[in-house]
Write a protein that binds this ligand. Structure first.
Ligand SMILES: CC(C)(COP(=O)(O)OP(=O)(O)OC[C@H]1O[C@@H](n2cnc3c(N)ncnc32)[C@H](O)[C@@H]1OP(=O)(O)O)[C@@H](O)C(=O)NCCC(=O)NCCS
Length: 186
């Protein structure tokens, strides 16, 4: 499984700090990104789901239920990734592939106490690298028009706004549709 490759541990010097990281973070390292101590990214496992559910419930107004998270984990074994450190799961990204070459980010969330440390960036880079191996050329996502943190995150990684989906969310809020070419993701 793709996740197995991610478990090779390495020591890397990044900026002023020395970090222990997973091989999946190599791209981040090459691009000079700082990664928090002991963070690693791997494919989701069934027993991660209760921790993921906790993050999901605190991050979203309409969280996915456990059964749906379990389904997503089953059908997307290479593109449902978790980031973990010594404290447990600190974030996850759920993505799938549509129309053969189009990636789609379904959800991403980071535990509140671990935000603004580069966890989401590392997850997006990691899923991008899985997408590349699977032949994906473009990635698409939808984000709430009011979610400036997420919009900034995606912009900073090379995603461009391509449209507005009026009333997309169940409370009537619009979604901003964003797209990136796989080779342009920073
Ligand atoms: C959006 C979210 C996933 C970001 O996770 P994170 O690990 O904190 O993000 P990172 O540390 O990788 O941040 C990368 C960049 O995103 C942008 N960003 C992240 N959080 C931000 C915030 N609160 N305000 C403004 N910009 C923000 C910044 O450009 C940041 O770079 P910087 O820290 O160098 O300024 C996290 O806030 C979260 O889980 N939110 C709730 C769930 C959610 O809204 N998910 C998105 C659904 S589309």
């Amino acid at each position: 499984m793709a996740g197995d490759k991610m478990q090779i541990r390495m020591r890397a010097r990044v900026g002023r700090h020395i970090y222990s990281r997973a091989a999946s973070a190599l791209h981040a390292w090459e691009s000079g990104m700082e990664v928090p101590l002991g963070l690693r990214v791997r494919s989701v496992r069934e027993n991660d789901l209760p921790e993921i559910l906790k993050i999901e419930e605190s991050a979203f107004r309409y969280p996915y239920p456990l059964g749906y998270l379990r389904f997503l984990a089953k059908v997307n074994p290479y593109t449902f990734l978790v980031a973990e450190n010594q404290s447990g799961i600190v974030g996850y990204v759920i993505a799938d592939i549509r129309y053969r070459s189009e990636g789609h980010i379904i959800s991403i969330a980071v535990r509140e106490d671990e935000r603004r440390k580069g966890v989401a960036k590392l997850l997006i880079r990691s899923v991008n690298s899985e997408f590349r191996k699977l032949g994906v050329r473009f990635v698409r996502l939808e984000v709430r028009a009011s979610n400036l943190a997420a919009i900034n995150l995606y912009r900073s990684m090379g995603y461009k706004e391509v449209g507005v989906m009026s009333g997309y969310y169940r409370d009537g809020e619009d979604a901003i549709e964003m797209v990136a070419r796989i080779d342009d993701v920073a």
